[in-house]
Ligand binder design. Sequence first.
Ligand SMILES: Cc1cc2nc3c(=O)[nH]c(=O)nc-3n(C[C@H](O)[C@H](O)[C@H](O)COP(=O)(O)OP(=O)(O)OC[C@H]3O[C@@H](n4cnc5c(N)ncnc54)[C@H](O)[C@@H]3O)c2cc1C
Length: 393
Amino acid sequence: MHTSEDLAFADEVRAFVDDNLPADVRRRVIHALPVAPEARKAWHKALHARGWAAPHWPVEWGGQDWSPARAYLFSETLAEEGAPELSPFGLMMLAPTLIRYGSEAQKQAYLPGIIAGDQQWCQGFSEPGAGSDLASLRLSAVKDGEDWVLNGQKMWTTMAHRADMMFCLARTDPGAPKRQMGISMFVLPMSTPGVTVRPILLLNGRQATNEVFFDAVRLPASSLVGEVHKGWDYTRVVLGNERLNIARVGLCKRQLRLVKQLAAEAPDGAGGRMLDQPLLRSRIAAAEIDLLSIEALSLGMLAQVQKGAVPGFEANMLKIRGSEMQQRLTELLVDVRGPGALPFEADPDEGDAGAALFKSHFDTRVVSIYGGSNEIQRNIIAKGMLGLGGRGQ
Ligand SMILES: Cc1cc2nc3c(=O)[nH]c(=O)nc-3n(C[C@H](O)[C@H](O)[C@H](O)COP(=O)(O)OP(=O)(O)OC[C@H]3O[C@@H](n4cnc5c(N)ncnc54)[C@H](O)[C@@H]3O)c2cc1C
C-alpha cells in the first residue's frame, strides 16, 4: 500500500539514520547491548532538530501532523535500521492526552520538555492486584483544601528511577456506582515529598521497572489532568496510542535479518554453516512467512484507520501475533548462537557478535505481558467476536 512517494520518504529516513546515528550506537541496538542514556538523548536531540521527535503531534506543538500511514512507515523504518526507540511515555502516551484534555498551563509546562527530550516521564497505572483488572486500582487521592493528597502504591513503573515526572491514575471517588467512574489522572514530579521508588530487578539483571510508594503526597489542584473522575476516559486515549505500531514489524524484520546473518556465519560443527541445516532453514522460513502475514494485517488495519476507522480487533490480534513473533525471533537467535549467546555483557566490538542475545531473549518475555497481557487480548477477541460481552479495556 506504500506509494512511490512513501518509498522515497523511507529512503530519506534511512539516509538520516546513516548521517546522524553513531555506528556504535546502532551496533549496540542491533546486538541488544545496553545503550547509554546520554546516547539515547543525543539521538532524541538529532530527531528533534530535524522536526522528527514527535511527528504525530500537531504542528502547533512542534509536530508534523503526519497521517497514521506516514507515522507508521517512519517508526518502522527507524526500527528496521537499528535506531534506539525513544521513550514512549511522554511522547506517545501522555502528550496526545494532554493535547486533547490538558489545561493550557499543562501543555505549556510539559510539551516543550517532552518533545526536546529534556524531560523523562513514567506511567503509574498498574498496582499490586490491579494490572489486567486496572479498574480495581486503589491509590487514593483525597481533596484537602485546594490540594490533593495521594496515598498508596504503584507497581511495575518502568523507568521511574530515571524519570523526572509521572502521570498516574488514582481513585478520587471510592463510592462511584461503577469502578471506572471514580478514577482521575494526575501529573507529578518524581521529586515530590512522600514519593519513594524501589527497584524491581528483572530476569535480565537490569533495573527497568519499579515499585513506587505514595505516602501523603501533596499535589496542587493544577496536577489534575482534565476533569475529576474522568481518568478512565483519558486512559483509553493513552492506551489507544500504543496500538498502531503494536506488532513492531520493523524491529522483527531487523531481528530476522540478524538471525540469517548469524546463521550464515556460524559453523554447524559438521563442516558447514548453521544456515545449511534444513530444520533451521524451515524455522526461519516459517517465521518470515508469518512476519509477512503480520505486516499485511498491520497495513490492512492502517488502511482502515486512514479512512477514519478506530483500530478494531486487528489491534488485539496484532498484539498477540507481534509479541509472539518477537519472542520467537529471540529464541531463534539464541538457538543459532548456542553457548555464544550466553554472556550478558560481551561487546560485539570485541568479536563476539550475537552475545547478550540471551538477555534480549529474557527481555522479550515481557512483551506478551505489558500493554495488556495476551490472555486478556484473547478474552477481548473471544468476547467481541462471539458477541458475548463488551470490548473490555
Ligand atoms: C516489564 C514490565 C514493565 C511494565 N511497565 C509498566 C509501566 O511502566 N506502567 C504501568 O502502569 N504498568 C506497567 N507494567 C504492568 C503491566 O501492564 C501488567 O503487568 C499487566 O497488565 C498484567 O498485570 P499483572 O502483572 O497485575 O498480572 P495479573 O493481572 O495478575 O495477571 C497474571 C496472569 O493471569 C492472567 N490473567 C489475568 N486475568 C485474566 C483473565 N481474566 N483471563 C485470563 N487470564 C487472566 C494474565 O494474562 C497473566 O498471565 C509492566 C509490566 C512489566 C512486566
